[in-house]
Ligand binder design. Structure first.
Ligand SMILES: Nc1ncnc2c1ncn2[C@@H]1O[C@H](COP(=O)(O)OP(=O)(O)O)[C@@H](O)[C@H]1O
Ligand SMILES: [Mg+2]
Length: 330
């Protein structure tokens, strides 16, 4: 029989991780399952403390006491025993644990020996230049952002099939962030490698990934295509009427026909409302065909609400919890 082609680069099934300290037990990762397809850029998004780094360190075999199953590139791995598979993964850790007296080139040289991969100085210098990284100065004198660039360099220098990036843009200025994603995409276009990026910043995942899993308090609350996630979101209608009376007529109509609409902002003759996607055609029709206080609408605009607004739904509860804690501490 022909071997089935493996489509999944990462597969995690029922991963659980507890941290036990003297004071308390934290369930940092609470029975999560997901898979990342070969060749995609997959975002792993969640607020600080959600369990992103724990998940990554679990996959990489850097933690004890993980339960669940992990497969990488079709092979089931045992992170507590087998560690050589790590050599095939480009990894940017949240915190670099590198010899502070070495410079970027020395670190790349050292790591390429360790991982048993080729050392391509030209490639390294090219990436360093694009990231505006000084490769000669020892990392102990580099700023946080420049240290982060060294981490990026070590993950991008090899021909890894899989890149696992833990908050890769932390400390980088926006231009360098954009350049970093540019390099990442070029690399992927060349090699079809798989990229797993964890981040707490929605916009960077929205812009740069195909799919996203959202993690909160150790649980995955959503896995979706970025485009589907946007579809699910509310539609924003910005409407401008000729008169205030026209606007008032419309608002009465809206309340009767679409009570689930919410008003985001309002002025004398204009209003911005958010409506559920299933109402958009109906409302678009009414807005363009009907007369309001005897006149057609002056102007309108329809947009997807930003992913930010969709995302708030997953963060809301957490904020309530924080508020409660503040209450209690008063
Ligand atoms: N070494 C540790 N010992 C105890 N608790 C930890 C440790 N590392 C992380 N945690 C806790 O586990 C939870 C998840 O942390 P982490 O995976 O670092 O989240 P994220 O990377 O999403 O910010 C947090 O509540 C954090 O405080
Ligand atoms: Mg983290």
């Amino acid at each position: 029989m022909e071997e089935m082609e493996v489509k999944e680069a990462i597969r995690v099934d029922h991963m659980v991780k507890y941290y036990r300290t003297r004071k308390k037990v934290v369930k940092a990762v609470d029975d999560i399952s997901f898979s990342v397809l070969k060749g995609e850029r997959f975002g792993f998004l969640g607020p600080n403390g959600a369990g992103k780094t724990t998940t990554i360190r679990g996959i990489l075999g850097l933690l004890r006491g993980i339960t669940g199953e992990i497969s990488l590139l079709g092979k089931k791995i045992n992170p507590n025993k087998d560690t050589t598979y790590r050599n095939h993964i480009g990894y940017i850790p949240g915190e670099l644990g590198l010899d502070p007296e070495l410079n970027a080139i020395q670190i790349c040289k050292y790591l390429s020996k360790l991982y048993d991969i080729s050392f391509n100085l030209d490639e390294i210098l090219k990436i360093a230049e694009r990231l505006k990284l000084d490769v000669i100065r020892p990392i102990q004198v580099l700023s946080k952002g420049n240290k982060q660039k060294v981490g990026i360099l070590t993950a991008l220098m090899g021909d890894f099939e899989l890149l696992i990036l833990d908050e890769p843009t932390a400390g980088l200025d926006p231009l360098i962030q954009a350049e970093f994603f540019e390099i990442l995409k070029e690399k992927q276009a060349r090699s079809n490698c798989t990229i797993f990026i964890c981040s707490h910043i929605l916009s960077e995942i929205e812009k740069n990934c195909h799919r996203v899993a959202i993690i909160r308090e150790g649980k995955i609350v959503e896995i979706s295509d970025i485009s589907e996630l946007k579809e699910k979101g509310l539609k924003s209608f910005q409407l401008e009427f000729t008169t205030n009376k026209g606007l008032q007529d419309f608002l009465i109509y809206l309340q009767n026909e679409c009570p689930s609409a919410t008003i985001k902002s309002q002025s004398a003759n204009s209003v911005e409302i958010l409506i559920p996607p299933e109402k958009k055609r109906f409302l678009l029709h009414a807005v363009s065909e009907k007369e309001w206080a005897g006149e057609y609408i002056k102007d309108f605009n329809v947009n997807n609400s930003s992913l930010e607004e969709i995302f708030m739904k997953y963060y809301d509860e957490e904020e309530k919890n924080i508020e409660n804690m503040e209450e209690e501490s008063k």
